[in-house]
Design a protein. Structure first.
Length: 458
């Protein structure tokens, strides 16, 4: 009886501890990883590193000197040698370990075995990146970081760089306009496309940049950010007037660059430039980012007159996409569908948009529009996004690389407040003043009147 009592006394706390760990793993994976998962995975990796590498075919035959020394000392056959392992570096989301490849190995061998390594070490995912020739970095992610997105505290942040989402390998997804000047963002209704756009505007608002919007939904998406916008067009008629102004602004900037290129004898090489970023600070015009929401509205026509206007707008958009980068004009084109069925010039415009982000779409054809021409294997990943995960997307570029990303939640009020606080940073561009949106005056909050009790008299 005493033994049973002792067993119950010991088993109760153990069961409660196990239940608490299971609950934390399901509901609070980040806390579980920091307290339990990190230690368990580290012990598992250290104890099974050699056997796992051998089972995955990532070992090589030992050197002849090692074979001779081993037989002389132990009289036993020397087993295959795993890659040399560096120090295990824990992170808030997983582990990082650096490996030195053995002769004859390549990073693709480890990438092909990533799924086996994931199961062997009990982590959520394993990602392989090349550090330098002969050295790879294994990033072990302990839990699904896209389930509840938490951006890293320290993220790279520079001019025209916005940490807009989190990758599935727990690294930030940076929208860098100087590296990828133009981008196409697709997504169905309630897929998270507007949240992605909201992060971009809120991230660019504190920077010295001119923000221009074309929102043919009567401005319902971009109007809350009016205090920070230099120009806003809310219908195709206004867009048809705004785009030629941007093209003229681009041509004026090219004239400025051309004047700077009137190279005199003895001009230093650092003063010779072919874009605005080579100009001195006091001469460099402010960069311009053009946001086009629901781009299909610019292509839809009902009459012959609308068709002529559509052709003009598409031509101007193509010119901005082809020539705008050197003039410091960047495009962010958003929509639900984008393809050849929109009309003449659609495919040509899409070809100029280097970056691609595809949220949940309603059909496979839409995913192919965004990713099929740059990363065909990413199309299936975009089609498998569940409606229960808004903000999840597949990001790629013309280099062929792609990854899953998810945008954290940002309320419309917080984004609008950021734009209001940055309203003083709106640059002075005289050509865009006629298109500056009206900023509604915030009502002054007055205190409620105070009613004092009447004194009681005789």
């Amino acid at each position: 009886m005493s033994d049973l009592t002792t067993l119950l006394e010991v088993g109760g706390p153990v069961a409660a501890l196990g239940g608490g760990a299971a609950y934390a793993r399901a509901k609070h994976p980040a806390a579980y990883w920091s307290t339990v998962g990190l230690l368990v995975s580290t012990v598992r990796l250290l104890s099974s590193y050699g056997s796992v590498m051998e089972a995955c075919g990532l070992t090589v035959a030992p050197s002849r000197l090692r074979v001779v020394a081993g037989k002389a000392m132990t009289q036993r056959e020397v087993r295959p040698v795993p890659p040399r392992r560096g120090i295990i570096r824990p992170t808030t989301t997983g582990l990082r370990i650096r490996l030195r490849l053995a002769p004859g190995q390549e990073p693709a061998d480890f990438a092909a075995s990533a799924e086996r390594l994931r199961h062997a070490w009990g982590v959520h995912a394993v990602y392989v990146t090349t550090v330098k020739p002969g050295v790879v970095d294994l990033r072990l992610v302990g839990y699904d970081v896209l389930g509840r997105v938490r951006m890293p505290r320290k993220t790279p942040h520079g001019p025209l760089e916005v940490p807009v989402a989190l990758r599935e390998d727990a690294t930030p997804f940076i929208r860098d306009y100087r590296t990828i000047p133009h981008q196409l963002t697709l997504g169905a209704t309630l897929s998270g496309k507007s949240m992605y756009l909201r992060h971009l505007i809120a991230g660019l608002a504190p920077q010295p940049v001119a923000l221009v919007g074309i929102d043919c939904k009567r401005g319902v998406e971009l109007a809350p950010f009016a205090p920070r916008l230099s120009a806003l067009a809310t219908d195709p008629e206004q867009a048809a007037e705004l785009l030629p102004v941007l093209v003229n602004e681009m041509e004026d900037r090219y004239d400025l660059i051309k004047a700077r290129q009137g190279i005199a004898p003895g001009t230093p090489d650092e003063e010779i430039t072919s874009d605005i970023w080579g100009l001195p600070d006091h001469e460099r015009p402010v960069p311009v980012v053009l946001f086009v929401d629901e781009v299909a509205e610019l292509f839809l026509v009902a009459t012959k007159k609308d068709e002529e206007r559509r052709d003009e707008m598409v031509t101007q958009l193509i010119r901005l996409a082809q020539l705008g980068r050197a003039a410091g004009i960047y495009l962010e084109v958003c929509g639900q569908r984008f393809g050849a069925e929109l009309g003449k010039g659609a495919t040509m415009l899409r070809a100029q948009l280097t970056g691609r982000v595809c949220h949940r779409v309603n059909d496979e054809a839409s995913a192919k529009m965004a990713l099929g021409d740059i990363a065909p294997e990413a199309v299936q990943a975009a089609c498998s996004i569940a409606p229960e995960r808004p903000g999840l997307a597949v990001a790629g570029d013309t280099s062929g690389g792609w990854s899953r990303i998810r945008t954290p939640y940002l309320s419309l009020g917080d984004a609008a407040e950021t734009c209001r606080e940055s309203a003083h940073l709106v640059p002075d561009l005289p050509a865009l003043k006629p298109f500056r949106p009206d900023v509604p005056v915030r009502p002054v909050e007055t205190a409620a009147p105070v009613f004092l009790p009447r004194p009681v008299t005789d």
